[in-house]
Design a binder for this molecule. Sequence first.
Ligand code: DGY
Length: 319
Amino acid sequence: MTKKRLWITRRLSDATLERAARDYDVVINHADTPGTAEDLIAASAEFDAIIPCHSEHFTADVVAQFADRLQIVANHSVGVDHCNLPALKERGIVVTNTPDVLSDATAELAMLLMLGAARHAVAGDRIVRTGAWDSWSPAFMVGKQVTGARLGIIGMGRVGRAFAAKARGFDMDVHYFNRTRLTDGQAQGATYHETVESLLEVSDFLSLHCPATPETTDLMNAERFAMLPDGAVIVNTARGALVDEDALMAALDTGKVAAAGLDCFKVEPGGNPLFSKYENVFMLPHIGSATRQTRDAMGFRALDNLDAFFAGKTPRDLL
Ligand code: DGY
């Protein structure tokens, strides 16, 4: 049987690429540059399937120019805000993602950001690294204790729940807002809030774990930052679209927000250069899921979805 033609838009893990090459007639973008609109349109005529990352943008305009060959977009990501799902569906193109497998890696990174932001990781590193560490005092680099503190989580999906589990290891008092209330088994003692506003009032630490949608754009705006307890710490490992960055800077300026840990920005790559003046902002370049095991697992999950589709079955992660 002739192999299906597959385009892999970025340099995925070696194990993923080996498996893909065994089962598909695959073209890999070894240059590892993001696929452009023109690349995607051309690929729709040459390939039966694409495995893209969140760096490739399937906008309505791009999808409208697609040829008829492409059958499936098997994303190597859990987030699919880079895909216009209605437009793809209208063209009869199946779309899948890679949930579950990156929850722990992303939750680990949220923990790193929360601890690093709370305990002056950026300023501390700079002071040691530059030789500026010339004294010690009981008042030096005093941060905010995580153990026993109240944590608010917006979005208790897989990543939110994985983060809550890790936070319980720090004896945090976990609260959450989610579109639907979790079962007691899922909530594991976390306190449910019916509104974001009610959650914010108790969130000494706040971590965002919801998808980017038109409804969640600038979810954290000036009004909502004002609802946090004074000196709150905010963590974002979800999407930059969720935070009004100017409002966050204003909240950092007044001390309403004591520190932030950010893995996501409105503009990526690049981030927001204005954050650089804040040593109480711990920034990372969108690496939430970047562990070896997770990259393999994401690649394999995308391939599992492709295999199921081409075997005439419903892919596990059909959107
Ligand atoms: C995801 O899977 O959505 C991560 O942000 C990496 O793309």
